[in-house]
Design a binder for this molecule. Sequence first.
Ligand code: AGP
Length: 617
Amino acid sequence: MCGIFAYAGSENAVPLLIEGLRSVEYRGYDSAGISVIDASGVIQTVKRGDHKASLENLAVTVGDGQLSGVVGIGHTRWATHGQVNQQNSHPHSSSNGVVSIAHNGIIENFLELKDELVDSGIEFLSETDSEVLAHLVGKSVASGSSLREAVIGAASRIKGNTAIVAVSAAEPNIVVGLRVGNAGGIVVGKNADAAVMASDTIALLPYTTEVIYLEPGEVVEIEKGAIRLFDLEGLSIEREPIITAQNFEAAQKGNHPHFMSKEIAEQPDAIQSAMRGRVDFAAGTISLPEVTLTSEQIRSIDRVILTGMGTSLHAGMFGASVIESLARIPAAAENSSELRYRNPVIGPKTLVIAVTQSGETADTLAAMEHARRAGSPQAVVLELEGSQASRIADFTLPIRAGQEIGVASTKTLIASMTTLLQLAAVLAETRGVIGTTAVRSIVESIAELPSLVATALGLIGQITALAERLSKFDDLLYLGRGAQLPIAFEGALKMKELAYIHAEGYPAGEMKHGVNALLGPNMATVVSAPQNDLYEKMLSNISEVKARGGEVAAIATEGDVMIERVADHVIYVPKCHELLQPFMTLIPMQLLAYRTALALGRDPDKPRNLAKTVTVE
Ligand code: AGP
């Protein structure tokens, strides 16, 4: 996820921008850049697209002290549109040189805006979507708008979650920041000599521990010793600063009470990161440069086994569902601790895909070793690159969710699902099962995924009351069918590991085969029932539970009024392409478990008896 740092004060901003970017380095990046307004009022920009060396190379480049100015912005980038190189790095300047901006997020409608700007005579220097913002803001400032008005105007033209910082030669003492939706936060702070703005609290600690977080739909102006907050209509907002603890852990949590709530909120960002450099939204293509299998090898695969533990097994179940559905290859997910001991019949035509965010889970590593000995081509879907799993697999598919500190896996799950969905499309296209038109349709759907997840995250108001209700039960049943089954399993696992309530995930079709004996007022049932071809079956299951005195909470598609007639509680998620429904229903499952844990006084970041990485059997 991209990092942002901005400074307006008394000192030379250049070394301070570098230090600010270093403090958000943990977010990861493949390019870095800064813009400062020099003593003659000209915006000077220096940037590097040298992958992991970008920030150090940038520091060396500006280290000679030639460049100086007391106002500036800095950015570290994870490429989403355009290759990793210098011209695609941020900040981007307007063609008239009056404005420089840095941006987090994906501009879903950037092509139409780019066409409009090119038709007006603007020459683009990069392949990025972000450069559109620089030209939109630059044109407005050149027409007499203030920088704040110009940034608001530009933001109103774009679709998608976004965070922007901008400087203007016309107003050399200020930096403007704006946030729309969930594309990473913006936090500001000040002391007597300076005001600073960043994507992470940690970057502000050298200046102040009193910080203000921008909410979506807010814009801020900072200048030496001053912070001015506005809404998008330009009305001033008064907000008291939060005193953030001086320790790293508190700073890393930002304005979230727990790492888990922060990481749940980071999921739109995590999805964008997992698509970075893989989905070309303009061309409508998906490519996974990390896949080392040849087309012939991919076409010769006759079976796919996905393997993992806990939440990663649920990601594998999702992967199996989407791979078999799109690529028409037999695919199944297996618990690694079972796979490693059952002496499976696998070989060179079995593609094994391990899913492990840590890359150090003992059972998963053992299953991977078995697959390697069997000569199966093997991939690992992984967060922590360089871990043991990346040394066993033939190739690694990084999920790039960013370090996950909460023991309960949330953003790494959704990033793994996003990565596996892309893999399914690549396998299907390489095997000739789907063509470019179908791939373009998938790209058009997943382009909306960050915004859809951001909308689903807004459900929190519906969740809290239901969580209070579920916290009264000692036993919970979670039901799902098809691609919703792994989500039912994940919902039950989250409730177990966070609220310590006994919760079972079950295929809804299993009800009559024993589960019905459990039904009654002492066990509540959570049903994942989005509108799809299994919806009617799920309605029947809900009625089956109700008929035996059970209480039902349904997760349903927005606008579905039928389900309210059968379920006791309904949580609505955004309507979307069926392929994306598991991403929607996952969000209330996570929020329910988190809120129920809080209702019961549990620590959601450090659940009892559990570790973040299980390096033993
Ligand atoms: C899920 O919330 C737990 N943290 C746990 O089930 C976890 O998914 C499992 O231990 C696998 O971890 P891994 O992804 O690092 O292999």
